[in-house]
Design a protein around this ligand. Structure first.
Ligand SMILES: Cc1ncc(COP(=O)(O)O)c(C=O)c1O
Length: 481
């Protein structure tokens, strides 16, 4: 293969929503922690799969997943505070697994031209949820993955508005498909020269993110308690969205995560200001709640925190109960205007088994009070992280909502220089102690435990985080400086 034909730059962890497999500390970890069986399976995985930066070659091999835990082939158990945000109800929840088994016996597939009871029931349930968020009834389309559901949302917005432009945010991720990665702003998925031209008509603005405000307000955007100081920053991040919508005049949709999975939490009033700008310019607001919906942030929809209703919401990941792939695009029912097109023609649109998994998942979330648990355990965790920040100079900022938590590591608090090398070492130290999480943008330890996490499990994980930070402060710096 001629490399000149495949120009690509190495994956830059500082521009990635996940830790990349080129980490310098990975090989050392593997040297110590893998057994022969793991090595053999990893070798086969590496030989069989196309390589890419956030999966193959893989870190380790897995043999069991249950509740909050995963167990690798070498027999090591980890609290899984990553879980790709699919494991809201915990891995292998008996109610979800039971519902899938029962549905397999009753009806295992429905071709698209046939209505299926389970799929209809799920669409009705999600429509009601959408109505409780927006005050308007919703209509639904199912896909197999989140990226596809984002494509559906974009196409629907184009058809409904008769416009083609879409505004997204730098550093956001909405999926690996062409439409989704075009509106997404993450370099790892865009690499212009390697992938080639993306979807025309997509623009991007810098996102909100007070601690590292891209509009240069970071020094005064946050007050002494870490709360956004809106009298001083005046929401430049929202003003920029308004500016673009006004200048372009014909944008079909703004596509965004209401709470950024990095994580970054929007400053108060941000989404209300964007909503007003959308209303003023005939632009639809699409919220991608694929990782953050279904209770992760301590409310069923992440958007519930911000008092701004979207026109379209996309859910995915945990919707299949951490077992099966299913995602949903839920739109205001008056956007049901594309009956003459096939804009979401996915094979598993009416699949009764994935629908049964989703219905069972929603039942578990409701019956076990998981949204409330996420709010309670998340608040406890954030309070502990704030205390931890006082003891560890490596922590520049802690932030989060519910069970979406971030620890922004810095070399020093004055410069806020991202401590990417430190975060990577801390990740492998934590894995060695039985905690899995992911690093985001290179230096943010991102903890996204399942909604079933107990306070005791959260404390165990935070004890590991603190021990790793202390160890890093003692020993780590000599390794890079
Ligand atoms: C915000 C967001 N949108 C979309 C996606 C894509 O979902 P999927 O991987 O199911 O295509 C992801 C996946 O990580 C995501 O985090």
């Amino acid at each position: 293969m001629n490399d000149a034909k495949h120009p690509s730059r190495p994956a830059d962890p500082a521009q990635s929503e996940g830790d990349v497999n080129s980490s310098p500390n990975r090989a050392a970890w593997q040297q110590t922690h893998l057994d022969d069986a793991s090595r053999a399976l990893l070798a086969r995985d590496s030989a069989a799969f196309l390589h890419q930066s956030v999966s193959t070659p893989c870190l380790a091999a897995i043999r069991h997943a249950e509740g909050v835990y995963i167990e690798d082939v070498a027999g090591r158990r980890y609290l899984d505070f990553h879980g790709n945000n699919v494991h809201h109800v915990g891995y292998a929840h008996p109610h979800v697994v039971g519902a899938i088994k029962a549905q397999l016996d009753a009806l295992s597939f429905a071709p698209r031209r046939f209505a299926s009871e389970r799929a209809v029931e799920l669409a009705e349930t999600l429509s009601q949820r959408f109505a409780s968020l927006t005050g308007q009834p919703g209509r639904v389309l199912f896909t197999t993955g989140g990226s596809d559901a984002v494509e559906v949302a974009i196409k629907l917005a184009r058809i409904a508005t008769g416009r083609f432009k879409v505004l997204g945010f730098w550093d956001s991720f909405h999926g690996a498909g062409f439409g989704a990665s075009s509106v997404g702003g993450e370099a790892l998925f865009r690499h212009g020269t390697a992938v080639g031209p993306l979807m025309p008509g997509t623009g991007h603005v810098a996102p909100f993110g007070c601690y590292r405000c891209p509009y240069g307000h970071a020094e005064h955007a946050v007050d002494a308690d870490g709360q956004p100081d809106l009298t001083r920053c005046r929401l430049a991040c929202a003003a920029m969205v308004k500016y673009v919508l006004e200048r372009e005049g014909d944008v079909a949709a703004v596509v965004a995560e209401p709470a950024r999975a990095v994580p970054f939490i929007p400053p108060p009033g941000y989404w209300r200001a964007v909503r007003e700008a959308c209303n003023a310019h005939g632009t639809l607001l699409i919220f991608d709640e694929i990782p953050t919906g279904l209770g992760k942030t301590g409310r069923f929809f992440a958007a519930e925190h911000d008092g701004a209703a979207p026109d379209i919401v996309v859910l995915g990941k945990a919707l299949g109960g951490g077992v099966l792939p299913i995602a949903a695009c839920i739109a205001r029912s008056d956007l049901n205007v594309a009956g003459a097109y096939a804009f979401g023609h996915y094979t598993h649109e009416k699949n009764p088994v994935t629908a049964a998994a989703a219905l069972a998942t929603l039942e578990v979330i409701e019956r076990e009070g998981l949204v409330e648990n996420a709010a309670r355990v998340g608040a406890h965790a954030l309070a502990r992280l704030r205390e931890m920040k006082q003891r560890h100079a490596l922590i520049g900022d802690v932030r989060g909502r519910g069970l979406l938590l971030g620890i922004d590591l810095v070399h020093d608090r004055a410069s806020k220089a991202p401590a990417t090398d430190v975060a990577d070492r801390v990740l492998y130290r934590a894995l060695a102690r039985g905690l899995s999480f992911k690093t985001t943008m290179g230096n943010v330890m991102t903890l996204t435990p399942p909604l079933v996490t107990t306070q005791a499990q959260m404390d165990e994980a935070l004890d590991i985080v603190e021990a790793c930070l202390a160890e890093e402060a003692r020993e780590g710096r000599q390794q890079t400086r």
